[in-house]
Design a protein around this ligand. Structure first.
Ligand SMILES: [Zn+2]
Length: 188
């Protein structure tokens, strides 16, 4: 059976060690979050550069951070910097929520984070709409060609049609997946 090469090496290694797949992915997301608390930079390239620099010239400190944070989590086996090889250059920014995440994909082209499926879903929804992903044009499909956008107060039918159209559009916008309330639930 051919091995499915879905993940970068450092994630696949954890899976091979017996860590469940989703946990192996979230371990790296967790470290991004911790590094962000300790060394936040508003620009992704600066954040990567800062951590790369620490990784290179403050190796001891970098490893201690990783070990320290990993020890907070009850993994089925002990994990340290030796098993969890955090690579600063894999840090990316989610196109939907703008949070930093660790891209575990083989091709390094993931555009959304790993917090539940909300961002992934929302990205797909926006991608199919006209306009850019960041600033989509919410196109309303109106079957009734006769909807008056500013009906007279006395125009009951016109007002009802407009209300109905706005309700339908509102419902469209509510139509997304529910984000995972806590991405580390599985680790506790
Ligand atoms: Zn996101």
């Amino acid at each position: 059976m051919a091995e499915k090469q879905a993940y970068v090496r450092e994630v696949q290694d954890l899976i091979d060690e017996g860590i469940p797949e989703d946990v192996a992915v979230q371990v790296y997301q967790f470290l991004v979050e911790r590094f962000e608390r300790a060394h936040h930079k508003p620009e992704v390239k600066d954040f990567r550069a800062e951590l790369s620099e620490l990784h290179k010239s403050e190796r001891r400190y970098f490893r201690d951070c990783v070990d320290d944070w990993l020890s907070d989590m009850p993994f089925p086996i002990e994990l340290t910097w030796r098993e969890v090889k955090f690579k600063p250059n894999r840090i990316s920014r989610c196109e939907i929520c703008s949070d930093y995440f660790y891209d575990v994909s083989r091709n390094g082209r993931k555009v959304t984070c790993y917090k539940g499926s909300y961002c992934e879903h929302e990205y797909e929804v926006r991608r199919k709409r006209p306009g850019t992903v960041i600033d989509p044009i919410y196109k309303r499909k109106v079957n009734e060609v006769s909807v008056d956008m500013a009906p007279d107060k006395s125009d009951k039918r016109g007002n009802a049609a407009l209300t109905e159209m706005e309700r339908a559009a509102w419902e469209d916008e509510q139509d997304y997946g529910i984000p995972d309330p806590d991405m580390f639930d599985k680790l506790r």
